[in-house]
Design a protein around this ligand. Structure first.
Ligand code: MN
Ligand code: MN
Length: 167
């Protein structure tokens, strides 16, 4: 935890999150010791959010061997890339025992989005109140996905809007 470069980009980022309860804070160091005791590598970088550490590791590994990101955080769906062999094991619903295997076909079924890249662009349009990110007013998940399907990318949506194209 602590401030990251994301906070410098946008002071509102996660500004409304409650501070970590002491009961949880006390568990962090023992948990790290347990994980390391089990021989699992731990990586944490001062001033960098875990999502960005994970994204960097995936970027460096993708295409060279299969990568499965185990997480309960939907933000990481943006890393999904069938061609590069990157998928997400999403634990928020079924836990580790019954995790969802998130690949491009799963993203299509669930969101109508064809790639991890499209998921990221949908999230930009939708915003994320829990992170203090406003998104575009009046555009939720469904509208964002439809716009991306029709125009192909966020850049094309912005271009079309500037040119006065009707949706
Ligand atoms: Mn996240
Ligand atoms: Mn987030």
């Amino acid at each position: 935890s602590g401030k990251t470069f994301r906070n410098d980009l946008d002071p509102q980022y996660k500004a409304n999150r409650p501070t970590m309860p002491d009961e949880l804070r006390q568990q962090i160091e023992p948990l790290k010791a347990i994980v390391q005791g089990l021989g699992v590598k731990l990586l944490s970088i001062q001033g960098v959010e875990a999502d960005d550490v994970i994204g960097t590791l995936v970027e460096r590994t993708a295409g060279r061997r299969p990568v499965e990101v185990v997480t309960g955080d939907r933000d990481l769906f943006q890393l999904v890339d069938d061609a590069a062999g990157v998928s997400v094991l999403y634990t928020a619903r079924g836990g580790v025992r019954d995790a969802d295997l998130v690949d491009e076909s799963w993203l299509v079924q669930k969101y109508g989005l064809a790639s991890g890249r499209a998921y990221a662009e949908m999230a930009v349009l939708r915003g994320d109140p829990s992170d203090g990110l406003p998104g575009v007013q009046g555009i939720g998940e469904k509208t964002a996905a439809t716009l991306l399907e029709n125009f192909g990318s966020l850049e094309s949506i912005v271009k079309a809007a500037k040119a006065g194209v009707k949706t």
